[in-house]
Design a protein around this ligand. Structure first.
Ligand code: ATP
Length: 226
């Protein structure tokens, strides 16, 4: 199917978002504009398969994303939070989520949006070979990863992606593409934010509505004053 045959181009940005931070938001807005997507969905994982620590309840993590996005009206409502994983069996495998979305909206073209740190884990994802035949891949720079490292990781996947010159573009099977965006880098992580909150600090990278939510619900060991 040619790109023009798709009704809408949707970016799927899955994660634990424990909590959502300015890095996630800036990344989403950047990808939306750079890749000319019609919509970008934050998809909080109900039960993340790769996290082995306790995470905040799903309802809180989803509500924090919604609170943060309410502040970003300039995206014209094109960046949203999807609670689809709430209705799917746990653990939250992206393959199952994409299948469920495709059953709802068959004519849309989906791109998986990940930070380059997640590229390392990708070979371990559930039914990754089938997933990579169903979606495009948009990888955003994180942790100083360069083009050659991305090329090696994309080339080692099955099905493999083959580099197309030096412009951050790779070809996969069945017309699938992978893009690497290295024009934005955001040194922020949820783990650093959780640590700061537990020490009673106010993390600079926490969107103000999310900080308010954390304080009201006393999340992440926050004991400070509201
Ligand atoms: P933690 O520190 O708890 O591991 P995190 O900050 O990595 O959390 P996640 O919710 O695990 O946040 O990440 C969701 C997705 O967002 C992943 O694909 C991750 O690579 C990407 N991501 C998170 N923060 C950044 C960032 N600062 N720059 C680029 N990608 C990021």
């Amino acid at each position: 199917m040619a790109a023009a045959d798709y009704a809408l181009r949707i970016g799927l940005f899955g994660g634990t978002f424990d909590p959502v931070h300015q890095g996630h938001i800036a990344l989403a807005l950047h990808v939306l504009a750079r890749c000319r997507l019609d919509r970008l969905l934050f998809i909080p994982a109900l039960l993340p398969p790769h996290k082995h620590r306790r995470v905040a309840p799903y309802a809180h993590r989803a509500a924090m994303i919604e609170a943060a996005l309410a502040d970003y009206r300039q995206s014209g409502g094109r960046v949203r939070c999807s609670r689809i994983e709430e209705q799917l069996p746990a653990p939250s495998y992206t393959y199952n989520t994409v299948q469920a979305l495709m059953r709802q909206e068959a004519g849309w073209r989906y791109s998986l949006v990940i930070g380059s740190d997640s590229l390392l884990d990708l070979p371990l994802w559930h039914r990754i070979d089938e997933l990579l035949q169903a979606v495009d891949l948009i990888v955003v720079k994180r942790d100083q990863v360069d083009h050659d490292q991305v090329d090696r990781m994309l080339g080692a996947l099955a099905p493999a992606f083959v580099r197309d010159g030096d412009c951050g573009h790779w070809h996969g099977r069945d017309g699938r593409v992978a893009l690497y965006l290295d024009d934005i880098e955001l040194p922020v992580s949820s783990s650093a934010i959780r640590e700061e909150l537990a020490q009673g600090k106010v993390p600079a990278a926490l969107p103000p509505p999310v900080l308010g939510y954390v304080q009201r619900h006393q999340l992440y060991g926050w004991k400070g004053i509201v």
